[in-house]
Design a protein around this ligand. Structure first.
Ligand code: BV8
Ligand code: ZN
Length: 265
């Protein structure tokens, strides 16, 4: 990312009144949360996330799938928002009509100062019954093994959890069926309210800032296209090329945790 891109992106952001910030897994990479395409952590490296993140996988082996999500949730709990999350919150604090739309299922936007992102793919922190959809409590966690000061930002080393493998999901308090993660699996429809809100925001924005997404998962990947088709400039922040390169007004090659703070400075 060089000076001209930063200057041009800064000019577009300064002129915007109704920006959309659209984020993917790369937003949380510098917090130590593996992106979907990166190798997962520990024993989960032998599984393809796209194979595990399906209703069929949960039906076939609820303990394996629930264990994977619990490992991811505990990893997120140990992670901290990075300077990129805080820069997104600074944009929304300065431009109050900013809409943050995330594909991520972690809670780092909320912990980084964005109270209510539009969540296209649900959350690791909203388990529900797989049969009657009754909300279930987030499992209580063993104390985080802190043997020193909490790092200011960035990841804690992957301290081995007391349990990091298949885990029998809790039973629904209402009907006894297995509790499932509150995320959208491949082959499942996105929550219509979230998708409608995202399309509406992208249709009315005057700038779309896309951060840390490979733009390969649909229909989420179509959100930046909605904005571009209606004439809004698109600024991308990503260290590598993505299919969105073709529609970008400005392409900022670099990590979110460095580029976004420079953009909002
Ligand atoms: C549906 C929750 C229908 C679970 C997730 C059209 C075309 C092709 C395929 C389809 C299509 N329509 C539907 C499909 C099928 C499928 C799909 O998209 N398949 C693709 C992959 C081939 N879509 C679905 O199944 C969707 N459902 O369409 O249902 C339907 C309709 C009605 C009724 C019934 C059914 C549901 C998709 C949602 C799946 N769930 N998450 C979980 O997390 O376990 S998606 C999951 O993958 C993540 O949430 C995330 O959204 C996605 C991964 O994408 P990214 O976020 O972009 O992450 P990725 O790792 O790919 O990229 C990270 C990027 O960051 C990289 O570019 C990297 O370079 C960059 N990066 C790295 N470090 C940094 C960085 N960037 C900045 N800073 C850094 N430091
Ligand atoms: Zn139930």
């Amino acid at each position: 990312m060089t000076g001209p891109e930063l200057a041009e992106a800064g000019r577009l952001l300064a002129a915007a009144r109704r920006p959309v910030v659209f984020t993917g897994a790369g937003m949380s990479a510098e917090s130590g949360v593996p992106t979907f395409r990166d190798a997962q952590i520990g024993l989960w490296q032998r599984y393809d996330p796209q194979e595990l993140a399906t209703p069929a996988a949960f039906r076939a082996d609820p303990a394996l799938v629930w264990g994977w999500y619990e490992a991811r949730r505990r990893g997120v709990r140990r992670a901290l928002p990075n300077p990129g999350h805080r820069a997104v919150a600074a944009i929304q604090a300065r431009l109050t009509e900013t809409v943050v739309i995330t594909q991520n299922v972690d809670d780092l936007h909320e912990r980084g100062g964005v109270p209510a992102p539009v969540r296209l793919h649900g959350s690791l922190f909203a388990p529900r019954c797989s049969a009657c959809a009754r909300p279930a409590p987030v499992p209580s966690d063993p104390p985080v093994p802190h043997d020193g000061p909490v790092p200011h930002d960035g990841p804690e080393p992957h301290a081995p959890e007391p349990h990091d493998g298949p885990l029998t999901p809790p039973a629904c308090a209402g009907c006894g069926a297995p509790v499932r993660p509150g995320v959208v699996w491949f082959g499942e429809a996105l929550p219509s309210a979230a998708l409608d809100a995202a399309v509406e925001a992208a249709s009315g924005c005057d700038l779309l800032l896309t951060v840390g997404t490979s733009a390969l998962v649909h229909p989420a990947a179509e959100i930046p296209l909605v904005a571009a088709r209606l004439g809004a400039p698109v600024v991308q922040v990503n260290p590598v090329p993505t299919p969105l390169d073709a529609i970008c007004t400005v392409n900022m090659r670099g990590p979110a945790g460095e580029v976004l703070p420079a953009l909002v400075r």
